[in-house]
Design a binder for this molecule. Structure first.
Ligand code: PLP
Length: 353
């Protein structure tokens, strides 16, 4: 603690991102990146952007990217907000739409950045426990609130929530903003984007870091009623007019437009996930049903932190959360390539023997 800090800084509990080690030859299954490269069309767009125009500021409205997203989802560009990773989109959402008198509600086991944003912006919140089987029970959110946010599929459990349940939640919460963080939706859950026209309080947040294989570019977006998007623009224009550079805009617009490549890599990840779940179950793991590009699994006789440490010794990194205590036995394992998953299973077989 430095005497030069403002008070708020000393009181923050910052988010701790998954490790990005520099060692070569690691099997990196800890931060839910895509095991395949980005769309070749996105890479071509990035190369084309490297030129004299980098002298100039980018378009503050990111019009080319908003149009690409609007076309893909059949919405209007005014219903699209873009930011520097969905983390930035979420941060602006917390300040713009989720800070009210009543507490914000989100699951007790969820994306651990949510309480961090609450700390940063001074937002009161209440964590709603998942069920015994780690599911979101919509009826638990039928209470006075200043907003609701949850990932679908949830992270780190991977469990999806049915669209009919999300609609039931929206019907019961007409007076507050409901944010569905669909970072992993493309790997098998039902998107709520189609509900936007009917529910002006619904905001859906997406990222290009997972299903578009562009974690390194840092692009995320939100879709919702133009009134919600305007609130996000007001915060963005009070913070940073140019959150996305020319590379991010060009690469992301091309990646979104390349539907065929996107569908191909999602299908590959889903196929590998099916095999991985089967192989883990054969080793005695209990694996929660996953609609994401990761699985959440526990072994009846081995603790999560010991397993993660043993895997690490063998050059395989997975994510382990020691809190809350209910999820201590679990490992969150990103679905890698088939070859990476074979290496993982061989290492686990060796550790368990
Ligand atoms: C549920 C969830 N939401 C949002 C994000 C943020 O993604 P990004 O900032 O890379 O777009 C993540 C990252 O892992 C996540 O797990």
């Amino acid at each position: 603690m430095s005497r030069y800090w403002s008070n708020v800084v000393g009181e923050l509990t910052p988010y701790v991102p998954g490790e990005q080690p520099r060692l070569a030859n690691l099997v990196k299954l800890n931060t839910n990146e895509c095991p395949y490269g980005p769309s070749p069309l996105a890479l071509a767009a990035l190369r084309a952007e490297a030129g004299d125009t980098l002298r100039l500021y980018p378009d503050p409205n990111c019009g080319v990217l908003k149009q690409s997203i609007a076309t893909f989802y059949k919405v209007k560009p005014e219903q699209v907000f873009v930011g520097n990773g969905s983390d930035e989109v979420l941060a602006h959402t917390f300040l713009a739409l989720l800070k009210h008198g009543e507490p914000l509600l989100f699951p007790d086991i969820s994306y651990s950045f949510y309480p961090v944003y609450c700390g940063l912006y001074g937002i009161a919140y209440r964590q709603v426990p998942l069920t015994e089987s780690f599911e979101i029970r919509v009826d638990d959110y039928f209470a006075p609130n200043g907003g609701i946010i949850f990932p679908n599929p949830n992270a780190p459990t991977g469990r999806p929530l049915a669209l009919a349940e999300i609609e039931r939640l929206l019907r019961a919460n007409a007076g507050s903003v409901v944010v569905v963080d669909e970072a992993y939706v493309d790997f098998g859950a039902e998107s709520a984007v189609g509900l936007i026209g009917r529910y002006p309080q619904l905001l859906v947040v997406h990222t290009l870091s997972k299903s578009r294989a562009l974690a390194g570019l840092r692009v995320g977006y939100a879709l919702g009623d133009a009134g919600l998007i305007e609130a996000l623009n007001r915060v963005k224009d009070s913070f940073n007019s140019y959150p996305l550079g020319r590379f991010a805009v060009a690469g992301a617009a091309a990646a979104i437009a390349d539907r065929a490549y996107f569908e191909q890599i999602c299908a590959k990840v889903i196929a590998t996930r099916t095999r991985l779940v089967g192989d883990l179950a054969a080793l005695g793991f209990e694996v929660l049903p996953s609609a994401a590009n990761f699985v959440f699994a526990r072994h009846p006789r081995h603790g999560g932190s010991a397993l993660a440490a043993s895997l690490r010794e063998r050059g395989i990194i997975v994510r382990h959360f020691s809190k809350p205590v209910r999820i201590e036995p679990f490992l969150r394992i990103t679905v890698g390539t088939d070859a990476q998953c074979v290496t993982l299973i061989a290492a686990l077989r060796d550790i368990l023997a």
